[in-house]
Design a protein around this ligand. Structure first.
Ligand code: IMP
Length: 181
């Protein structure tokens, strides 16, 4: 059975953690909440690459309200622990003035990337900012953030798959895996 299979990524072994089905249910529930909450907002979804490409793809297929989708990049992470050294926002060409912006992230760990991203977006004269994240590590989070849409809360473990990588690998895995001790 898939659930008992370990995967090796570079020098580490990972074990199955969150199934595709469980993630799918969490994503669908976020999408229905957004379809309800943002009906009149015509939001711009800002997909934070690279990690959230799989989440964004699954989520946005379930969005039925008028919306725009854009992709941005920030860099903050090396190896298996967060550095929080966010550099800058790459790829934002849209005018976000008076728009409702929904940040689509893969995971909020220390929260430093999100905090920096929020600070950058707040200079763009947006109407409001909502945050959606597939995964949230509450115990790792060092800053106060209002996360509007959270897929699944997880302990402070390093996970891979469903868009998330370990040293650039493993993003293509359909489900989430966790570092096997
Ligand atoms: P934060 O700034 O600590 O919240 O981390 C933000 C970024 O670190 C995320 O967008 C991910 O790219 C990466 N990250 C955090 N935790 C993990 C993990 O468990 N696995 C893979 N990447 C992670």
């Amino acid at each position: 059975m898939t659930m008992s299979r370990l995967v090796t990524i570079k020098d580490r072994q990972f074990k199955p953690y969150i199934s595709k089905k469980k993630m799918e249910l969490a994503v669908k529930s976020i999408a229905s909440a957004m379809n309800r909450d943002l009906k009149k907002e015509c939001p711009v979804f800002l997909v934070v690459l690279n990690g959230s490409f799989m989440f964004a793809s699954d989520l946005l297929k379930e969005i039925t309200i008028p919306c725009e989708i854009s992709f941005i990049k920030v860099a903050s992470y090396v190896g298996t622990s967060s550095t929080g050294n966010v550099t800058e926002l790459i790829g934002l060409s849209e005018d976000l003035t008076d728009r409702t912006v929904v940040i689509v992230e893969d995971i909020v760990d220390s929260g430093l990337t999100m905090q920096r991203l929020l600070a950058l977006l707040k200079t763009k004269k947006v109407k409001k900012i909502k945050i959606a994240t597939a995964l949230f590590k509450p115990k790792a989070c060092k800053v106060k953030l209002k996360l509007d849409y959270v897929g699944i809360e997880i302990p402070n473990d390093f996970v891979v798959g469903y868009g998330l990588d370990y040293q650039g690998f493993g993003r293509n895995l359909k489900q989430l895996y966790v570092l096997a001790k």
